[in-house]
Design a protein around this ligand. Structure first.
Ligand SMILES: [Zn+2]
Length: 254
């Protein structure tokens, strides 16, 4: 999917007024909105640099990686892997495959969240889970310094790089559609904070519902992003840099 001509003109006009970021609208009124920044360097160049870079060396006893494909564990977990599309904050695909993996204990916990939410009429819609380290480096290098609180420093890596973080929202079981939350995914504003008290009540209720069910299974919410949850065992797993293309078909073993 490419930006259409009219939104591109609008985007350029808005960028002249607000140099660091804007919210481009898709052509169709039904298309979901997404948050977008203007990368401070071209992403294609940053990708070449990031793929050639080496993740930081870590010392310690780590559990062996055991990444499980979430949809193999529970096919009712829905995916909208934004970084495999242009509908992400950099406006360009970072993944060539729309897949979501987590370390097995985290994936099993997430499957339990899915079951408990079903009793309330909701399911999980995952935007991102395991993320190779080089993608974290691209995010950091592409993001303006004044927005760095929203992206992980590649010097220490992201919990996504350990297969122990997940970005997600809720969908309604009745119609399969994502719910409205207090902010867009990856929105770099205070609306993204999990304790943001503004806006309509129903999105905040749903944000709390998601958080309550996630916390019951050992996840904790990130202080700047209502959609980002870390699994409690994240310190037990090392940073990883395997690309999705290099991870084979995984069979879920319960
Ligand atoms: Zn995240």
């Amino acid at each position: 999917m490419k930006l259409h001509a009219r939104p591109m003109v609008l985007l350029i006009a808005l960028l002249a007024l607000a140099p660091s970021f804007t919210w481009p609208q898709e052509k169709s009124a039904d298309a979901p909105k997404f948050f977008h920044i203007e990368p401070v360097h071209p992403v294609a160049e940053l990708q070449t640099i990031a793929l050639a870079a080496t993740p930081p060396v870590e010392h310690g006893d780590f559990r062996p990686s055991d990444l499980v494909e979430l949809t193999a564990l529970d096919p009712t977990i829905k995916l909208d892997i934004r970084y495999a599309t242009t509908r992400n904050f950099l406006g360009t695909p970072l993944y060539s495959q729309a897949r979501a993996f987590m370390q097995r204990p985290a994936a099993l916990a997430l499957a339990r969240v899915q079951k408990s939410l079903a009793n309330e009429g909701y399911g999980l819609l995952v935007h991102d889970a395991y993320r190779p380290w080089y993608v974290t480096k691209i995010f950091w290098d592409a993001t303006p310094v004044d927005k760095h609180e929203f992206v992980a420093d590649p010097a220490s890596g992201s919990r996504h790089n350990r297969g122990c973080a997940v970005d997600l929202t809720l969908y309604t079981l009745a119609d399969g559609k994502p719910v409205e939350m207090p902010s867009l995914y990856d929105e770099m504003s205070d609306r993204a904070y999990p304790n943001y008290a503004g806006g309509p009540e129903e999105p905040r209720r749903l944000r709390e519902l998601l958080r309550r069910h996630m916390e019951a299974e050992g996840f904790s919410v990130f202080q700047y992003e209502w959609w980002h949850f870390d699994y409690r065992d994240w310190k037990s797993y090392a940073l990883q840099n395997a690309r999705f293309e290099d991870i084979g078909e995984t069979k879920a073993k319960h």
